[in-house]
Ligand binder design. Sequence first.
Ligand code: NAP
Length: 311
Amino acid sequence: MNNEIARDVVVIGSGPAGLTAALYTARANLAPIVIEGTSAGGQLMLTTMVENWPGYRDGIMGPDLITELRAQAERFGAEITSGHVARVDLSARPFRVELSDGPTYTARALIIATGASAKLIGLPSERRLMGRGVTTCATCDGFFYRGRPVAVVGGGDTAIEEAIFLTRFASSVTVIHRRDTLRASKIMQEKAFAHPKISFAWNKVVDEVLGEVEGKVTGLRLRDTVTSETSDLAIDGLFVAIGHTPNTELFSGVLDTDENGYLVTHHGSHTNIPGVLACGDVQDHVYRQAITAAGSGCMAAIDAERFLEHA
Ligand code: NAP
């Protein structure tokens, strides 16, 4: 068809996984195109200082890291295009990737790096103070709260794991949960209950994140889910840990997923369809770090290259 552009490699997603896959496939002369998606740059664009990316001893701002990764991939010939993928057809070769507001690309190998989105509570104040005291990643941002009170929202394993992690830094950690029993595994619960720095606000939801418009978080307005009474809690940091959603809608029913909805990969980055590789948070709910995403992007690129050699 006339409006189709043929490529060896199409990468969907532009976080550290997708951009690293682009860098490696570009350097393998495969002239990849990266389709950025609606959240260009991924979760790093929601972060402030990244202090655990190796090689930056003073840290680097999340958006700056993405700018560097993009420029590095482009330097070797990767093309990065804005656009949203409306449909993917993996039933025939080459694969077809249709943009909602642009051309259709065909790909001999497809690298999926669509990431996962942290679920948010959905409050305007939460969005406004994101990166200014509201965060979705304790591993990334816990360090900034040394000696300060923080809260974690959620009652699953992630929330409890983050609460326990945060006790290394914070003066106190309040776990806010909408029910009076945790979803987290018993062993995690026991650890949390025994920890002197962790306390629980049961049957509570966050009605508003308090903080100045251009400033930082100063507290939370909580609402009791049983009595509807409201109360304020003074904290400096809010860690939202109510789960992640892997961005897999495009591949629903076609690619294998695990019980949490993440793409299943085997022998590196291979999905159940040869030539379709997956990397980053869309296939990883365990590590979820920028550096592990980048590492798996490198794996996907090498897997794509080897697949194309034999295709
Ligand atoms: P999860 O198990 O789905 O738990 C999400 C928690 O957030 C639940 O307690 C839920 O409350 C609460 N929640 C959801 N939406 C909410 C909202 N809008 N407002 C307030 N609270 C809300 O997610 P997860 O903790 O991220 O874990 C995901 C999977 O990864 C699980 O299978 C988990 O076991 C696994 N995981 C394992 C480990 C580990 O083994 N070390 C660590 C992390 C994650 P309700 O309980 O009321 O639904």
